[in-house]
Design a protein. Structure first.
Length: 203
């Protein structure tokens, strides 16, 4: 898969090879990855051999899977989803329901396997964004900007827009996030988690 376009009169190609030049990670041999069929991910997820196992792993016990709702995720999965929607599988719009594609990606990140190349996700995210009706979101802006600079379509002095955000503020109903000088604090359904900040000073 590759995307080709013209920017400022310069032909730019986004492909596995060009992304490898700017995102130098996930460089295992191809036979160590899986490449899911997009038809299965978007329309027929039940065809995935581990579909039910993934649902059982990600959702709280007893949650119905008739509708995949974010509020039924385990708390650590909710946290991972917030990070994913900003960095790995960005999307716009209603976040009450879980998309089929998000299930295997979250499972892979939480479980450690199977592995899908990040570049595979990038190319598909951008293709989805390009084909969305209103094009409300442009995913992976930093990668796109770096790629345009690599091809000389924009200059090194050109900078994209920056938007500050607090990713933990959208964990969903029933959840909360606070931070102190030393800790990140999460709560959900009466349970609490605390994580020491990476830059916390020794006591």
């Amino acid at each position: 898969m590759k995307h080709i376009g013209t920017v400022n009169g310069v032909k730019v190609e986004m492909s596995y090879d060009s992304l490898r030049r700017i995102a130098r990670f996930g460089n295992k041999l191809s036979n160590q990855y899986i490449f899911p069929r997009l038809e299965d991910l978007y329309h027929n997820p039940q065809n995935h051999p581990q579909w039910q196992n993934m649902l059982d792993y990600l959702f709280v016990p007893g949650a119905t899977h008739v509708k995949l709702l974010r509020r039924n995720f385990r708390i650590e999965v909710k946290l991972m989803l917030v990070l994913c929607t900003h960095n790995v599988i960005p999307r716009w719009g209603d976040k009450v329901e879980v998309r089929f594609l998000e299930v295997p990606v979250l499972y892979m990140l939480m479980h450690g396997s199977p592995m899908v190349p990040f570049r595979f996700l990038v190319l598909n995210n951008i293709w989805i964004g390009r084909n969305s009706g209103e094009r409300k979101i442009i995913p992976h802006c930093r990668l796109i900007t770096t790629l345009l600079k690599l091809y000389g379509a924009i200059g090194a002095e050109d900078k994209g827009s920056y938007k500050r955000f607090k990713p933990f503020q959208h964990l969903g109903s029933g959840c909360g996030y606070k931070e102190s000088e030393r800790y990140h604090k999460l709560k959900s359904d009466g349970k609490r988690w605390r994580a020491l900040k990476a830059d916390a000073c020794p006591v």
